[in-house]
Design a protein around this ligand. Structure first.
Ligand code: NDP
Length: 241
C-alpha cells in the first residue's frame, strides 16, 4: 500500500514542489495551508493532491486536521514540516508580536504537527519526519533574530527526536535550504540580486524548489534508513558550518 505523507505549507513555493515530488514517487499526499484558499484550490486542481486548511500554530487544529487526513488517506508515515513565515525587523525595532508569530509558526508548529503523529509511528515501527529549517538557522541573519532562533531550534528538535525515534524505525532529519527561487525571491530587484545575493553563492545561482524536493524524497525513502538526526545543507556552497 502507498505510504501517506503530509506536507505543511504544501500548496505553494518549496512545499508545493515537495508535495508533487512525493506524489510522483508514489505517496498519497496531503498538502496543508493556512489561509490562501485560491492558491490551494488551484494547486488541487492542477495536481490532484488533497489539500487541507489549518493553522500549525494551534495544537488542537493540528490534532483535528491530522485525524481528518488519517481518516481519508490512512496513517501518516511521512511528515514534512515545511510551513514557515518571515516577519523581519532589526532587533531594536522588533515588537514581541513579531517574535511570537515566527516562533509559534516555525518552531512550535513542529511540536504541534509532530506530536500527534509520533505515537502512531512508534506503534507501526516506521516514520519519517523531515523538517525544513534554513541556512539562516545555521549562520544567523541580521534582521531575522526571530526566524534564525526558530530555525536553529528546529535543528535541536530534530537531533533530540532522532535519538528517541531511532529504535522505533523513525528517522528525523532537517534540510537547510539557502536562497531558493520562490515567489519571495522574485520580489528582490535585479540590482540587489546581481550585486548582493548571487556573489554570496559559490555556484552562482539560486536553488530551485525541485532541488529541495528531491532531498525530501530521498530522506523519506527506505534508502535513507540509516540517516537520522542529520542536517542536509542545500545552499550552493554559501555556508558550510
Ligand atoms: P511560502 O511563503 O511560499 O509558503 C509558505 C507555506 O506555509 C504556505 O503554503 C502557507 O500557507 C503555509 N503557512 C504559513 N503559515 C502557516 C500556518 N500558521 N499554518 C499553516 N500553514 C502555514 O514559503 P517558501 O516556499 O518560501 O518556504 C517554505 C519553507 O522553506 C519555510 O519553512 C521557509 O522558512 C523555508 N526556507 C525558504 C527559503 C527560500 O528561499 N524560499 C530558504 C530557506 C528556508 P498559505 O498558502 O495559506 O499562505
Amino acid at each position: 500500500m502507498a505510504r501517506t505523507a503530509i506536507v505543511t505549507g504544501g500548496v505553494r513555493g518549496i512545499g508545493a514542489s515537495i508535495a508533487k515530488a512525493l506524489k510522483a514517487a508514489g505517496y498519497q499526499v496531503a498538502a496543508t495551508y493556512a489561509g490562501q484558499d485560491d492558491a490551494a484550490n488551484a494547486f488541487r486542481q492542477e495536481t490532484g493532491i488533497s489539500v487541507y486548511k489549518w493553522d500549525v500554530r494551534s495544537y488542537d487544529a493540528c490534532v483535528a486536521g491530522i485525524a481528518k487526513v488519517e481518516a481519508e488517506l490512512g496513517p501518516v508515515d511521512v511528515l514534512v514540516n515545511n510551513a514557515g513565515i518571515t516577519r523581519d525587523a532589526m532587533f531594536h525595532k522588533m515588537p514581541p508580536e513579531q517574535w511570537k508569530e515566527v516562533i509559534d509558526t516555525n518552531l512550535t508548529g513542529l511540536f504541534n504537527m509532530t506530536r500527534p503523529v509520533w505515537e502512531g509511528m512508534r506503534e507501526r515501527g516506521f516514520g519519517r519526519i523531515i523538517n525544513i529549517s534554513s541556512i539562516n538557522g545555521q549562520k544567523g541573519q541580521a534582521g531575522q533574530a526571530n526566524y534564525s532562533a526558530a530555525k536553529a531550534g528546529d535543528l535541536g528538535f530534530t537531533r533530540a527526536l532522532a535519538q528517541e525515534g531511532a529504535r522505533k524505525g523513525i528517522t528525523v532529519n532537517a534540510i537547510c535550504p539557502g536562497y531558493i527561487n520562490t515567489a519571495m525571491m522574485a520580489t528582490i530587484s535585479e540590482d540587489v540580486m546581481q550585486k548582493h545575493i548571487l556573489p554570496q553563492i559559490p555556484v552562482g545561482r539560486l536553488g530551485e524548489p525541485d532541488e529541495i524536493a528531491r532531498c525530501v524524497v530521498f530522506l523519506a525513502s527506505d534508502d535513507a534508513a540509516f540517516i537520522t538526526g542529520s542536517t542536509l545543507t542545500a545552499n550552493g556552497g554559501q555556508y558550510m558550518g
